[in-house]
Design a binder for this molecule. Structure first.
Ligand SMILES: [Fe+2]
Ligand SMILES: [Fe+2]
Length: 297
């Protein structure tokens, strides 16, 4: 049996044998972060062992994703300034970004996948901040959930570059949505692969649910209101990005609907976002969008 035939796309969703592992140091750091007894010094000690990870953490802490006014110049500073929860986001961002880097190759359309994820993260954090008390969604969880919602696409691109390249080619022609095209070409879609990866990486259940249900938040099987709200926010934002043509292929299938801008406002309105707030969100994302592809790769 040839190497290429050793596993199929469906296996990516069925088991963890062919999924990329989270880098060991990042995994250890995540474990420490989950433990309320962990001290700053302990966390620092684990991360600084991996110089590349520490450097990348610092770099990302200073990008538009996390930076405020002051530049963070040491790992200790980064941990203090960001707090454990954001350190977790940065670690996962670094791990996810290296997946994108590894998968990107020269395939047209791959950069837009990363752009979509980052814009979704920024938007979700903003919406959660604005509506936080009403929806009880933590802004950092919203960021991370949205950053990771489509991570299954990257795994498929990394493991089946020819087939996923074909998916991207068709999607960019406006021939169908990602879901439809993935199912047609690979026989499995990014929801199930992403869900399996986040389970494998040991991320909390709400993130796994986001990966699986962001295309149909109402179907998410959970009684937890905050958890459901997280899935709804990410689902609405991903839809809006496509309707707005941000982090989305130019001829994306759902852009052909009537009045896409109105639909985006309606989708956000269902969460409680007012039309002026939706417009300022779109503006913020448009402004951020231009620098994101380059700045974070
Ligand atoms: Fe998706
Ligand atoms: Fe999406």
């Amino acid at each position: 049996m040839s190497r290429a035939a050793a596993f199929t796309p469906a296996d990516l969703a069925a088991n963890t044998d062919h999924l990329p592992a989270m880098p060991a140091v990042a995994a250890k750091a995540m474990e420490l972060i989950a433990d309320p007894e962990t001290t700053l010094a302990e966390l620092q000690k684990v991360i600084e062992v991996d110089a590349a990870l520490a450097t990348e953490m610092l770099r990302i802490s200073n990008t538009a994703l996390y930076s405020r006014a002051r530049v963070v110049s040491s790992l200790r500073d980064a941990i203090v300034r960001l707090g454990f929860k954001k350190v977790r986001s940065v670690l996962v961002t670094v791990a996810t970004q290296s997946l994108f880097r590894g998968a990107r190759k020269a395939i047209a359309g791959a950069d837009v996948l990363w752009q979509h994820s980052v814009l979704a993260g920024l938007a979700a954090r903003q919406v959660a901040q604005d509506l936080g008390s009403a929806l009880r969604v933590d802004a950092e969880e919203a960021f991370l959930g949205a950053l990771l919602h489509d991570v299954g696409k990257v795994v498929m691109l990394a493991r089946f570059p020819d087939e996923y390249g074909e998916v991207l080619r068709r999607v960019w022609e406006g021939a169908g949505t990602y879901l439809e095209t993935e199912a047609a070409v690979l026989g499995v879609d990014h929801r199930h692969v992403g869900h399996q990866l986040l389970k494998f990486w040991g991320l909390p259940v709400p993130f796994q649910t986001v990966a699986l249900f962001h295309h149909e938040p109402d179907a998410a099987a959970t009684e937890d209101a905050a958890h459901l709200a997280l899935v709804s926010i990410v689902g609405a934002i991903s839809t809006c990005l496509h309707l707005w043509g941000l982090g989305s292929p130019p001829k994306y299938a759902t852009r052909a609907v009537d009045a896409p801008a109105d639909r985006a406002i309606a989708a956000l309105g269902a969460l409680g976002v007012t039309p002026p707030a939706a417009e300022s969100l779109r503006q913020m994302l448009t402004d951020s969008g231009t620098g994101i592809g380059k700045g974070l790769f």
